[in-house]
Design a binder for this molecule. Sequence first.
Ligand SMILES: Nc1ncnc2c1ncn2[C@@H]1O[C@H](COP(=O)(O)OP(=O)(O)OP(=O)(O)O)[C@@H](O)[C@H]1O
Length: 834
Amino acid sequence: MSLRRVEIAVRVRTPDCPPDASCISLDAKTRHIHVEDVSGGTTGSSRRSYKEDFIFDEHVSNRAIFDELVLKKMQSTSPERPDTLCFLAYGHTSSGKTYSIAGSDEEPGILRLCVEELLRREGVVEVAMLEVYMDSVNDLLAEGQARQIRRRQGPQGPIIVVEDLTTCSLTAVEQWHAVSAYGMQSRRTAATERNARSSRSHAMFTIKSRSVRLCLVDLAGSERQTVFSPQLNRESISINKSLSRLSTVLEALSSQRVAEDGKRSYVNFRDTTLTVLLQRYLTGASLTTFLACVHPSVRNYQETLSTLRYTQRLKRIRTRGAAAHVEEWSGLKPAANQELLDELMRLREQVRLNESTSKLVEAVQQRRIAELEHTLAAQQQAASISPPSNGAHGGAAVVPHGGPSSLITSSANDRVRDTRRVAGWLLSRVLGELPELNVGYDDYFDRFFPPSVQVIGYVSTMAGLVPRTADADPLAFLDVGDLAMGLSMLDAGIPPFVRLHKAGCADPARWESHEWDAAHSVVYVLAFFEYHPTAMTFLTGEAASEGEVLPCCGGFVVSSPLLPIATVLCVPATASRPVKEDVLQRLIDLQCEQQEAVKEQAGGSAASSSSRSSPLSTSRSDPEHVLPLAAELLDASLLRAAREESGEDGGENAGANVDGSLLAQEVRRQAADTSHLVTPFKESSTTGGSSRSTSSSSSSCCAEDRKPGVADVRRDLLPHFGPTTHRAAKNVPPPLFPPPSALVADEPTVQTGTSLLAAAAAEGRRSRQPFVKVAPPSLPAERSARKKPTKPPPPKSPSSLLAAPPALSKKQRVEKGNGDKTAGANGCQGCHVI
Ligand SMILES: Nc1ncnc2c1ncn2[C@@H]1O[C@H](COP(=O)(O)OP(=O)(O)OP(=O)(O)O)[C@@H](O)[C@H]1O
């Protein structure tokens, strides 16, 4: 057996910036390194010189070191003549050990250069990474899980194995990047006085190919802790102890006696895990190189001296050449574990992404919660200090226009999550106690949707809905996701630059929907607005590509606050009947409550003022108040003023508006036609637009067009839905509201496509109030007390309704992680020979 000497190389790292005086000088020719305490801090110190096998100054790159120390040795190996190489980086803290072994993105370390070289030569390598931390072995490719060391009897004598150490088989450099990034991040590091990222463990990386087995060791640096930190101190003690034991072993090896029969004197490797693991490389079939790293600063004089003394001991060690163990190579086949490795990497990447995503989601949610709390607090404050304006608003809080106009430009994913929260909020309001809003269910909005969507009902915030021709593009809508951008839309108007869907948007897949509850399917909550050419810009071309343009219809940018006409609830036409009935039932319940509330008000002296209080959201059960108000709203002078203010010329814009005579016809039609008030939904099998009215005619709404049994749906529901006593007692259908447009039937000629906006604007100016009022947070106590016990279950809290997809719980993550580990374990050999 040939004896091999341990090779010693010294690397001087680059000085700190600004540099200190250097205590090191090199003589490249003679390979001498001279050390001197130039500060005079060490009494009696003289210049000391050490001869090494290799010396590298601060200008030498990792690649040059690799070429010199590793590549040359690698080149003398082949699958027929495999060999073992070991490369240990030793030195005090912050001397550049990790920099040499692991490197950085800009300066690849020796480890990466080895892998790249072997992949280039042989196409496949196996890698394993472990760390020795506080004397225990942790698997760096399995999130630092502890592993056991075992001594096994191999065919050629005892061998040390690490049980269940994860081994990855690599065929591409990209895979190495993933594996090394994963492994390195599991390594224990901490900021210390001398190194912002000091290794707290010894790391061992093994790379196996068919021709070579490489072990690269990044030893933790010896150090003196001067700062009190129990954890750091414990770690330092453990590091220094293992290094000291290593030193003892090296000393014993260097003075080892060889008996005549070739037997060597006993060296105790068993004291520490580190020495147990290194035994093979210090005594066996290994070409071992020590890279002693030193820092040139005179402040590190003592440490440098100590490292160089260490190297002198190493020089005397001779390792015994031995044949490579055959079983260590035979298992290596190209791409043997490829599938498992790919899966392992994919899963780990996914887990990492999930974790970072859930952190992101949490951050976004926290931000929205803070915004919501802030907005609500502001509203409550406004409500408490706002003087009752002669009862004109029935106690409703008034929030000034132009509320939070924060332009949230979150990604589509964030918006979907926000959507759910806002939908919850919106529905809890819409379906909650908002007695001043009109609830309806007719087919008016049907025409604006593709056949795959079925409108169930709406909550109108306006006195009347202006009928429009389909080709005038008169309406646009926001889905709840966009409502997230203007949370207080109903209170404060839409903030500028919200992107709207165009009415008729035929791609509900793009709408951000709200889950009604866990048991039911999707419910779309959409807010409708008048399409107003002066307030909206249709995004095209460059502008469209700049912003978050809706892919379905191009998108609008709203440049001034708009008045919402209604909030519409719809479901996919294929939704089951119970889902539709549930949505309708909630609207019906709300309507009944509203009627009761109005009745109560009408009974008292506030009846009239209550009606007047809501000129934009009239109570249809009190039409005698509505019509004068409508007339007042539509007062020609107010309209003129509104138009002047918006710079709109009535004549010029006439083309954009709906034709007055068409309007009159439509209004009369709606006034005369009550059949569509009972437009129930049909079973999904019979849908597909059959119950949908056309854009210009309501003939399809006529009773005779309906399929038998259609109206029965409502009747079926009637016995259940009436929370009001009078209706329940009579057991008759509730007085349904006529369609909103019927309320202004007497004034059809002044209703134009832009009239509501203008009138509302005028109204807003006149009363110096916002267009839309905020409902009181709850009904007055006495009203609530009189509610029937059959009241439907209250809407779920926004937080429960919004229910963003649950982030993985810690337990789930652990389980998932374990799954990954199983994948990893599957992909590795049971025991890893070290
Ligand atoms: N040759 C070099 N050139 C440039 N920067 C270097 C060099 N060597 C080390 N550094 C830098 O010095 C710092 C400490 O290096 P490194 O972490 O490799 O030290 P270490 O010996 O591993 O320390 P520890 O034992 O505390 O882990 C790092 O920021 C590293 O980038």
